[in-house]
Design a protein around this ligand. Structure first.
Ligand SMILES: Nc1ncnc2c1ncn2[C@@H]1O[C@H](COP(=O)(O)OP(=O)(O)OP(=O)(O)O)[C@@H](O)[C@H]1O
Ligand SMILES: [Mg+2]
Length: 483
C-alpha cells in the first residue's frame, strides 16, 4: 500500500509518495516537471483551476482567484469566501477541497492508481477546529488524512532523526517559508525528539524578500519612466511574480533578468538584478533573523557552539545568504543535506512518517475523522508528599513527545525523599489522580533534578537524578493506557 506525504504550505505544496513495492519515496512532478504546486484555486468561466494554472491567470481574474487557500483554511476568522463569478459564498473547506482534488488527480496520474492515504505537514499549534476543517477539506478532495505532523518534526523525520540509533544531538530546524520563518530547537536522542524552544518570525520570509525586491523595481521603473506603478494592483502582482522567479534563479546564478511587457501604462520594464544587490535589499530581514535565532538560543540556555546540527527546510533556505549566515553563526554544526531539495523536506518527512505508520501496521488505526497530533489529554502534576499540594509541570494539551527538567533540593541534612506524580482531574471538582510514587534514599547533599518525559505514544517516565554525579536515585514508568 502506497502512502503520500503532503507539505501544505501557504504558498506552495509539495507531495511525496512512498511506493511500498519498490520501497522508494518520490516527489510528485506535474506535466511541466514542476515539483511545487502553488496552493491556489481559481474560478474561471465554468471551470475550476488550481496550482500554477490558477496563478498564471490571477492578474486577469484576481477576484475569483484565491492564491493562498491554506491561510484561509487555517484562519479561524474565515468561514465563507465570496466568489463573485458564482455570485455566492462557498465554505473555505469547499474552495480548498479543489486544491486537494488536483493533488489526488495528479497522484493518480503519476502512480497509475488511486492513493488516498496521506500525512500532511502543517505549522504547529493548530487548534482542533482548524485541524478538523483541514481534514474535511482534504477528504472532500479525495484524500484520507491519517496524521498531521508539524513542519519542524517532518524536517527531523526527513533526515531520519526519529530513528532509535540517533545519538543525542542538539538540533536547530530553520524553515524559511513564504509567510514566515520558523525556528525550532530540539534535543534529539535515540529516536525521541524533545522540543526545547520555538519561535516564528514574519519579518524574514519569502514574501518579505519578494516585496522588497518588487519595491526596489517599482522605484527604478518610476525613476526611469516617470510612471509610479506601486499603487497599481495588477502591475505589482505581475512584478512580484517576476521578482520571485528572479530570487529563485539567484540561488544558483549571479545575476537575474526581470522582463515584463507593458508593466504599467503600456510601458515595458526590463532590469537586471545581481545577487549582491539582492542580498543588500534583504539586509534588514536578515538582522531580524539573526536576532531571533540568538534570542531563541538564549531562552534555551544554549550557546551557538553547543548546537550540533542545523536542518534547513522550506524553499527560502536555498538562498545562498541563508546558508552562509547560518554557517557563520554555527561554525561547528553539521548541515546535513538530504537527497532532496530543502523545499521538499516537509513532504519527504510527512511521507516517511506515513511509511512508518504503514510498516508498523498503524495505518488503519490511525485516525481519519479528526486526527490530532499526540497531546497530553490530562495535565501532569508533582507533589512532594502524598496529599500535599501539587504543582502543575505539564499542562493538558502539551504536544508529545515532551521532556522537562526541574531543579529540586532536599532540606539540609535529609537524605530521603518522596515525589508523587499525579494527573490533573478531568472535572474541576475531582481531585488529581496519583499515578505513582517515587521514594528514594541516600541522596548526597546538593541539587537534584526531576526529569519528566512523555513519549509520543503517551508513556510517562519520571526520574530523580542527583545533579552532581548524574546518579539516578529513583525512577518510575507509567504505561500510556494508565495515564
Ligand atoms: N530555489 C529557491 N531559491 C530561493 N527562494 C526559493 C527557492 N525555491 C523557493 N523559494 C522561495 O521560498 C518561499 C516558499 O517556500 P515554501 O514553499 O517552503 O513556502 P510555504 O511552505 O508555502 O510557506 P509557509 O511555510 O510560510 O507556509 C517562496 O518565497 C519561494 O519563492
Ligand atoms: Mg512551509
Amino acid at each position: 500500500m502506497s502512502i503520500v506525504g503532503i507539505d501544505f504550505g501557504s504558498h506552495t505544496a509539495s507531495v511525496a509518495i512512498w511506493y511500498e513495492e519498490k520501497n522508494v519515496v518520490e516527489v510528485l512532478a506535474d506535466d511541466l516537471g514542476s515539483r511545487t504546486i502553488p496552493t491556489a484555486v481559481a474560478f474561471r468561466g465554468d471551470e475550476i483551476i488550481t496550482g500554477q494554472a490558477a496563478i498564471s491567470q490571477m492578474h486577469k481574474n484576481a477576484n475569483n482567484t484565491f492564491d493562498d487557500v491554506r491561510s484561509l483554511l487555517l484562519s479561524d476568522s474565515v468561514a465563507n469566501i465570496n466568489v463573485p463569478l458564482l455570485d455566492k459564498d462557498l465554505t473555505v473547506q469547499e474552495v480548498s477541497s479543489h486544491f486537494f482534488r488536483n493533488i489526488h488527480n495528479q497522484i493518480k496520474q503519476q502512480v497509475g492508481k488511486v492513493v488516498r492515504d496521506c500525512v500532511i505537514s502543517v505549522p504547529k499549534s493548530l487548534d482542533e477546529d482548524i485541524r478538523k476543517r483541514l481534514v474535511e477539506s482534504a477528504q472532500a478532495g479525495g484524500m484520507r488524512v491519517k496524521a498531521l505532523i508539524e513542519d519542524s518534526v517532518s524536517a527531523l523525520m526527513a533526515h531520519h532523526l526519529d530513528e532509535p540509533s540517533t545519538a543525542p544531538t542538539r538540533t536547530l530546524v530553520l524553515d524559511l517559508g513564504w509567510s514566515a520563518t520558523s525556528l525550532s530547537l530540539y534535543n534529539v536522542s535515540g529516536g525521541l525528539l524533545f522540543p526545547v524552544g520555538t519561535t516564528t518570525l514574519s519579518e524574514a520570509s519569502g514574501c518579505t524578500f519578494v516585496n522588497l525586491v518588487a519595491a526596489h523595481c517599482a522605484k527604478e521603473f518610476a525613476r526611469k519612466h516617470k510612471i509610479p506603478c506601486d499603487d497599481n494592483k495588477k502591475s505589482m502582482m505581475r512584478l512580484r511574480r517576476e521578482c520571485e522567479n528572479a530570487m529563485k534563479s539567484l540561488s544558483t546564478g549571479a545575476e537575474a533578468t526581470i522582463d515584463i511587457d507593458s508593466l504599467c501604462e503600456g510601458v515595458d520594464y526590463s532590469s537586471k538584478l545581481s545577487r549582491a544587490r539582492f542580498e543588500d535589499l534583504i539586509t534588514i530581514p536578515f538582522m531580524h533573523l539573526k536576532n531571533a535565532i540568538n534570542a531563541l538560543l538564549a531562552q534555551a540556555g544554549w550557546s551557538a557552539d553547543s548546537v550540533q546540527q542545523v536542518l534547513l527546510s522550506g524553499g527560502g533556505s536555498a538562498i545562498p545568504k541563508v546558508i552562509s549566515t547560518l554557517k557563520s553563526m554555527f561554525p561547528t554544526a553539521k548541515f546535513p543535506v538530504g537527497r532532496f531539495e530543502p523545499s521538499e523536506t516537509p513532504c519527504i518527512g510527512a511521507c516517511l512518517h506515513g511509511k512508518f505508520l504503514s510498516q508498523q501496521g498503524l495505518i488503519e488505526s490511525a485516525p481519519t475523522a479528526s486526527p490530532v497530533a499526540p497531546i497530553l489529554t490530562r495535565g501532569l502534576r508533582i507533589a512532594s508528599a502524598a496529599g500535599a499540594d501539587s504543582v502543575e509541570v505539564l499542562p493538558v494539551n502539551t504536544v508529545l513527545p515532551v521532556r522537562v527538567e526541574l531543579n529540586a533540593a532536599l532540606p539540609a541534612g535529609q537524605t530521603k525523599g518522596f515525589v508523587q506524580l499525579l494527573a490533573t482531574a478531568v472535572e474541576l471538582a475531582d481531585a488529581a489522580t496519583p499515578l505513582g510514587d517515587l521514594v528514594f534514599e541516600h541522596a548526597a547533599e546538593g541539587e537534584l533534578r526531576l526529569v519528566l518525559a512523555v513519549s509520543e505514544l503517551g508513556e510517562i517516565s519520571l526520574e530523580v537524578v542527583q545533579s552532581a554525579d548524574q546518579t539516578v536515585l529513583a525512577n518510575l514508568t507509567v504505561p500510556a493506557a494508565e495515564a
